[in-house]
Design a protein around this ligand. Structure first.
Ligand code: MLT
Length: 411
């Protein structure tokens, strides 16, 4: 008899963004003339930077010539890309990260799920609440949790509230957890972590033999110079942290697909027989077996991000989206609606007006303003009463959406 992975049956509903998509499609089918503006999923809208496109076109030409054609590439990514990443993203910030410690991949969502392959099933796991749902759902799928409880939390996970009361910083647990997921700048709240806060996490991890999964997918949006872009800016992090990064949000690669994971060679975990095992070797083994690398053409596009033109063009993209974030914050605040985030991140975290529940606000916004956002409760119980608005859209759509919202809602 065929059996299934019954852990999937524990998952509460569909993954958040498809569920939103389903509701929006139902609404659009019933209201075909409604001019819907989507500020829900954090998907970029502006074209790929010219430098990336030009590099990809040249790479396509390379593929058309026997002399420059590329078949399978290295599973870890081409060294010319890994060297640029190491230099620009890490060494330039004083981080001790070498090219060989960087694994190029097709996405941070995939990497932060796949990384569980190299860990045991008996680790205790901490996530923030609210949280990027992938961290939770992939642990449910892997059988690392019990069933969902009435409040939507899964048995066996440690939830670390990040709320206005603690200034949206992840409170360090009083007990030991093995694996900790941190995302800063934070999805969904748009909050950032100071050096002191990350140092406290690194100190905790080193003291308890824990490992931090640090998701830095939004680091390019940091505007405050005092805020660290990488966990490796924190002394000790090489011995307790893996970092995920992406070209999706900085260079508009959500549809092009390119990301990276840093696994320091110094990072070891004890096997059950007491021997030290390097996580770098395990991840390398995992990737070499299950992954054939990112396409040559896409890696050439990613490499162009680090050219002078590429840097200027991605900076322009980031500034464009951050100006959207400022419009969202300013307009909602002027209407008396409380907002957080949106200063060092492309997400604005909004307190729902009139104490509406997150999904009630979602339905009202869609029904009356034809604007789509993301209900805070979809990111976890502590997100109830909040709503995430993404700054990824055209200027015109953001301005129209804010005009519609502020005409209907004010606190
Ligand atoms: C989000 O909207 O939270 C992100 O787009 C999801 C993702 O990057 O996978």
């Amino acid at each position: 008899m065929v059996t299934i992975n019954e852990n999937y049956l524990k998952l509460k509903t569909g993954y958040l963004f498809p569920e939103i998509g389903r509701r929006v499609s139902t609404f659009a089918a019933a209201n075909p003339d409604a001019p819907i503006i989507k500020l829900g999923i954090g998907d970029v809208t502006e074209p790929l930077p010219e430098a990336c496109r030009a590099a990809m076109i040249t790479a396509v030409q390379d593929m058309g010539d026997r002399a420059t054609f590329k078949g399978y590439g290295p599973e870890q990514g081409y060294l010319w890309l890994r060297e640029k990443i190491a230099q620009h993203d890490f060494q330039a910030r004083g981080c001790d990260v070498s090219a060989e410690e960087i694994f190029v991949s097709d996405g941070s969502k995939c990497d932060c799920s796949n990384i569980l392959d190299i860990f045991g099933d008996d680790n205790t796991i901490a996530v923030t609440d609210p949280v990027y749902p992938v961290y939770v759902d992939t642990n449910v799928m892997a059988g690392h949790t019990g069933p969902a409880q009435d409040d939507g939390k899964y048995e066996g996970l440690t939830y670390l509230p990040i709320t206005a009361d603690n200034d949206f910083t992840a409170q360090i647990p009083s007990h030991k957890v093995d694996l900790i997921y941190l995302c800063f700048p934070n999805n969904p709240t748009g909050a950032v972590a100071s050096k002191a806060h990350l140092q406290a996490w690194v100190d905790y991890a080193l003291a308890h033999g824990s490992l931090i999964f640090f998701d830095a997918a939004y680091e390019a949006y940091i505007t405050d110079e005092a805020i660290p872009h990488s966990i490796y800016e924190i002394p000790g992090a090489r011995d307790c942290a893996i970092e995920f990064r992406s070209f999706s949000k900085n260079a508009g690669f959500t549809g092009t697909r390119c990301a990276l994971t840093v696994v320091p060679k110094t990072l070891t975990v004890k096997a059950s027989d007491g021997t030290d095992v390097a996580l770098h070797s395990l991840w390398n083994r995992r990737q070499a077996t299950k992954f054939n690398g990112v396409s040559y053409v896409v890696q050439r596009g990613a490499e162009a991000v680090y050219s002078e033109a590429g840097q200027a063009q991605i900076q322009a993209l980031i500034s464009f989206y951050m100006a959207n974030a400022q419009i969202i914050r300013d307009q909602l605040s002027a209407a008396g609606i409380t907002t957080y985030g949106g200063v060092n991140a492309p997400y604005v975290w909004v307190k729902t007006p009139h104490d509406l529940s997150s999904w009630d606000f979602f339905d009202k916004l869609l029904g009356t303003c034809h604007v789509v956002g993301t209900p805070g409760s979809g990111f976890g119980a502590a997100g109830e009463g909040y709503f995430r608005i993404s700054a990824f859209n055209s200027r015109e759509n953001v301005e129209n959406a804010m005009a519609r919202i502020t005409a209907k809602f004010s606190a």
